[in-house]
Design a protein around this ligand. Structure first.
Ligand SMILES: [Zn+2]
Length: 592
């Protein structure tokens, strides 16, 4: 859960949590962390002032770096020998109110020679190295997908010779029903992904995350099918992105009760300390709502939606599994018809992530749309058509938190289905609003000094996920009506995540020369490896300042600056499978 550990009121904190808080505070001010903080200034002079996508730029696309300094010219140099390959003039400075930075654009779009380069600005210094190439994001995609593999629960994980020592034995092999579940006894439910920086597994966040990965497959399968992720299933005849998604899907199916409902989550009662997964000995509990029917509508509807997508995508590879997923989805849907509004709150004594939601109607709309797309059956179409109109505005201004607002996925899947029998009026309304919204996003990305789609209000908890979502919105619009500007603006958001930002920081661990180091992520914080687990996206700047690290930052910091690369900053530096999935989608859309 990406709001972990410190959110509970002070009075309810256990002795163990206090101990952990003090330990985190001590870590925060340790020489190790302070030394890390100044690393950016010493590794490459100008590295922080000159902001580049540290992965790179497609050879035929726009190529823009941003310079936060006063200068007039720049040169592009070849990394191997320092030869100057391009001269350019910096654009006039623009004030970016979200960061307070005055940035000048260094445009080298006309340079089209593949290779490794860096930018040099006289009087300022040099940038990090980056690549210009035909398929520059392939490794980024690989690492981001491997990030999911690293989150696997209930099995040995080993990243192999590429990242020696990044491994752990099987974890969380035993589970039991919590008193709130309406059942008793053992329930192991081995599998799934650890949700975020903690070791919980949550059906709701699993829903949007797994659904997004399966959508990436449906949209970009041709590009993804041949990419090996070097996971245990590699070579089994199923593309690896589907192998990885199935790991979590199989766990989600285990969370379904015989009556069709899905329990909300399987976690310990409170968060563990910063230990390796195998050292978390807190009982893993299937947690319910505390009163009949014990399962929640949001979790069950999410399971129905993802099961329906799975029925479509796994059919060519494993028809039996596809059938099983569809059966589960139908049963889950039927359960939500009987129980349309069972919301979830943490039962007494449980303080792990809640993923609570006041309305599960958008989740049901998503389930109906995916089931209709999978089966073409009239009853699902009818439910969709009776309910979609009130959600149309969600396409104009997509909601910021993807895990609890599924209406955009519901509406989009309805048109992406391209199914006979689709309602003409609904299809047209969804298309028009999706494209109008995409044009608005393109326009504001073009005029934003940092060339990102973000607005001032977007620097919330998980803001990097918001940036990735805008990128997704644009790619989906491009699917409905191809426009180069959609794809370019989508990539601008990727540039932002990979280093073209005020911190000149790649927000994906172990990707780029200057990537963030201290995710709020228990395996990375356990001290068992030399650096953070690779391929993981940080939550990003958060003007909400819900943790002590952010609260201690200067009061007048502009919103996009409210970030700390510190383990204790769970509100700006946690990783989470939902924004990780959006990153994968964004990268998949940029592959060749
Ligand atoms: Zn585990």
């Amino acid at each position: 859960m990406y709001c972990s550990l410190l959110l509970s009121p002070l009075s309810s904190r256990s002795g163990r949590e206090w101990f952990l808080l003090l330990a985190l505070a001590a870590l925060l001010f340790s020489p190790f962390f302070l030394a890390r903080a100044s690393e950016g200034e010493t590794t490459a002079s100008g590295g922080v002032a000159i902001k580049v996508d540290q992965v790179g730029y497609p050879v035929n696309g726009p190529k823009v770096a941003l310079v936060d300094a006063t200068a007039e010219t720049f040169v592009l140099k070849r990394s191997s020998d320092g030869a100057v390959v391009f001269h350019g003039k910096l654009a006039p400075a623009e004030l970016d109110s979200d960061t307070g930075d005055k940035v000048q654009a260094a445009d080298f779009s006309s340079f089209r020679q593949p290779g490794k380069y860096y930018l040099e600005v006289p009087g300022v210094g040099r940038s990090w190295n980056f690549e210009v190439g035909t398929n520059v994001y392939q490794r980024a995609y690989y690492l981001a997908m491997r990030g999911f593999y690293g989150q696997r629960c209930g099995t040995v994980v080993d990243l192999g010779p590429e990242f020696p020592g990044y491994s752990h034995p099987a974890c969380h092999l035993h589970g039991e029903f919590h008193a709130s579940s309406g059942a008793r006894g053992e329930r192991d439910n081995v599998g799934g992904w650890h949700d975020a920086g903690d070791y919980g597994r949550y059906v709701v966040n699993s829903g949007v995350s797994t659904g997004t990965l399966l959508w990436a497959w449906e949209m970009y399968g041709q590009k993804l099918k041949g990419i090996s992720l070097h996971i245990p299933e590699t070579g089994n005849g199923t593309p690896d992105i589907l192998n990885e998604a199935r790991w979590n899907l199989a766990w989600m199916l285990k969370m379904q009760d015989d009556d069709g409902g899905a329990w909300h989550k399987q976690t310990s009662e409170h968060f563990s300390g910063f230990v390796a997964p195998q050292d978390d000995t807190l009982p893993s509990e299937v947690i319910g709502t505390g009163t009949a029917p014990y399962k929640s509508t949001c979790a069950t509807a999410d399971l129905a939606a993802v099961g329906a997508i799975a029925a479509r995508v796994y059919k060519p590879f494993d028809a039996k599994f596809a059938e099983q997923a569809l059966d589960a989805a139908r049963k889950a849907w039927a359960w939500t018809e009987k129980n349309p509004d069972v919301t979830f709150k943490n039962p007494a004594g449980v303080s792990t992530g809640e993923y609570g939601d006041s309305s599960c109607k958008d989740e049901r709309l998503w389930a109906a749309a995916e089931l209709w797309r999978a089966t073409g059956e009239a009853s699902y179409n009818e439910f969709f058509l009776q309910n979609y109109e009130e959600y149309l505005p969600s396409l104009d201004a997509p909601p910021l938190e993807d895990w609890n607002a599924l209406a955009p996925m519901a509406l989009r899947t309805y048109v992406l289905a391209k199914r006979k029998g689709a309602d003409v009026k609904a299809t047209q309304a969804i298309r028009e609003r999706t494209l109008a919204s995409a044009h608005a996003i393109v326009e504001r990305t073009r005029t934003n000094p940092y060339r990102v789609s973000m607005q001032t209000k977007d620097y919330i908890w998980g803001s990097n996920g918001v940036a990735a979502e805008y990128g997704m919105d644009l790619l989906i619009a491009n699917e409905l009506h191809p426009e180069k500007s959609f794809v370019d603006a989508s990539r601008d958001n990727l540039h932002y995540l990979l280093g073209r930002n005020t911190f000149s920081l790649s927000w994906v661990t172990q990707l780029g020369e200057h990537s963030f180091q201290h995710p709020h992520h228990r395996p990375s914080g356990s001290g068992k490896q030399s650096g953070p687990w690779p391929g993981l996206l940080s939550g990003g700047p958060n003007a909400g300042r819900q943790d002590a690290v952010l609260a201690a930052l200067p009061k007048d910091l502009p919103p996009a600056k409210v970030y700390a690369d510190q383990l204790a900053s769970y509100a700006s530096n946690e990783i989470a499978i939902n924004w990780q999935a959006s990153l994968v989608f964004l990268l998949a859309g940029q592959l060749r």
